[in-house]
Design a protein around this ligand. Structure first.
Ligand code: ZN
Length: 173
């Protein structure tokens, strides 16, 4: 996907991105948010950013299931990192464990930031539109809000932690 330059570093207005696809918008949001938060805190260390933002980080040793690779979660101002899962994926994929932890933390940090300051595409559907889009004849080509958020969070993580530009960050929720 090609990138649209945004030299101001601020978020593009809704009208300015009308021509972009929804996914592209989400990706841009992730990139912009990552650059902004890095500039604000003067670091790209997601753990330090979380600390300064009063976001709690839990470490859980839950080992999950073989078929599920849940590396991290975000809920109610708390990021949880599933250390055993992270270790396993790092081992299996031969990825630096430190980088993977940073990538997962960044991804979950993005969910926090998107919740704190919702992008214009987050409320793309009115309640009635949400209902209608599940009816067969009214399906739209717009991705779900959830998938847009995942796209933005992934884009955020790969911008904040450039070493993590691999698909593993998409595995986290
Ligand atoms: Zn996610």
């Amino acid at each position: 996907m090609s990138q649209v330059p945004n030299p101001t570093g601020t978020e593009i207005t809704a009208s300015g991105v009308e021509h972009l696809s929804w996914i592209q918008r989400a990706k841009e949001t992730g990139q912009d948010r990552a650059r902004n938060i890095r500039d604000k805190h003067g670091t790209n260390d997601p753990f330090q950013i979380a600390l300064e933002g009063d976001i709690e980080i839990n470490r859980d040793t839950w080992d999950g299931f073989d078929s599920v690779q849940l590396l991290g979660t975000y809920s109610d101002d708390v990021i949880t990192l599933y250390e055993a899962q992270i270790d396993r994926v790092a081992d299996t994929a031969d990825i630096d464990r430190i980088v993977l932890r940073e990538a997962v933390c960044s991804h979950e940090l993005a969910h926090y930031l998107l919740e704190q300051n919702p992008p214009e595409w987050r409320d793309q559907y009115s309640p009635i539109e949400r209902v209608l889009r599940w009816l067969p004849l009214r399906r739209t080509s717009r991705p779900s809000r959830r998938s847009l958020e995942e796209c933005a969070a992934h884009s955020f993580a790969t911008t904040l932690v450039p070493e993590s530009v691999v698909s593993f960050a998409q595995q986290s929720q």
